[in-house]
Design a protein around this ligand. Sequence first.
Ligand code: C2E
Ligand code: MG
Ligand code: MG
Length: 367
Amino acid sequence: RACLRPEDVIARLGGDEFAVMVEDGHDAEAAAITVARRIMEAFVLPVGVGAESVSVYLSVGIATNHGGATAAEELIRDADVAMYKAKTSGKGHFEVFHPSMGEAVLERHGLKEELRLAIERQQLTLYFQPIVDLGTGALVAEEALVRWEHPSRGLVGPSEFVPLAEETGLILSLGQYVLEEACQQARRWQARSDASLTDGPEVAVHVNLSAVELRDPDLVDRVRATLSDAAVNAQSLVFEITETVLLEDSERAKAAISELRALGVRFALDDFGTGYSSLSYLHTLPFDMLKIAKSFVDGLGRRGPEASFVRMIIELARTLGVAVVAEGIETQEQTDALITLECDYGQGFHLGRPEPVKPELQLSSAA
Ligand code: C2E
Ligand code: MG
Ligand code: MG
């Protein structure tokens, strides 16, 4: 209020969002910028809260009726879009609305809504990619990879919507859907393997788990319930997580991993070598498996340092007492090189592409 003229209007829109309405017959934008600067300056010094002093950062979005808005709601929406833009440029900025900003935000907003509906309407589907024992050629597991069967865009891959799902919290329902489907599928495969093989190995399912899911306080209970609903052993489930999950150093995530491992669920470190793994924490990590990232596998069979890297990772895994899976195998040469290096398991287009489940899938088809 101290920054405003008596005739200006200030309102709290909710939470930590406030709106200021400034009228100016000459140059509304310049007037709004002046007010925005004044307000931001007022917050340069920390605010005293009890014995503490706390810094408050504001982001300001400015919209005028020259931006095309004709109703108050539109003006507020435009200001909100500009504020969102200001926020993404860092703390303590202001931005003036421009119609081009709206498009990206509205498209994102639209996609978010669509994703929400897609989960409700079960437009998500799982593809499975085999993981094979490189020594015997036997199928040991299938990794579940989510796809979005979009009514107009066709099949959309996870890299396009998993980050959005994480940002919006939709990842929790998405992840639960993937987990349920994967466990149901595991039970079907196992029923078949029990019937067809006397002492056959059980096919495990691998499910990718995002950092957001690991922080969900209900995760352990949900997993326990899902396994028991599907009548699947915890030993048949492997969660794949990336190194970045561990970098966040979340106590809750670590506790969730140990509780799940106590149930018998296994964990694989996905895309190993592409994150920021520090050797100093590797030996304290509760893992059962390392997945060597495709980028290391790519160079195998060619001249270059990759073979030494892969050999080193395999040796590291041995030292840690964990199994190794090589990802993204695309050629027979790479397969041969990995067999020579005594890599335990392999996965990649050469051994089997991710595919929707075929009812006639044979256990031996990937060998
Ligand atoms: P990821 O878990 O590392 O999965 C491997 C990705 O590499 C998959 O891409 C797979 O289709 C692809 N791939 C496998 N073999 C080959 C190969 O030989 N050559 C090449 N060029 N690519 C290969 P996709 O299915 O697009 O998945 C991308 C990422 O999205 C996954 O990486 C995973 O991190 C994430 N993701 C997939 N499904 C889920 C899910 O249900 N939940 C979560 N949180 N993340 C998921
Ligand atoms: Mg994975
Ligand atoms: Mg991977």
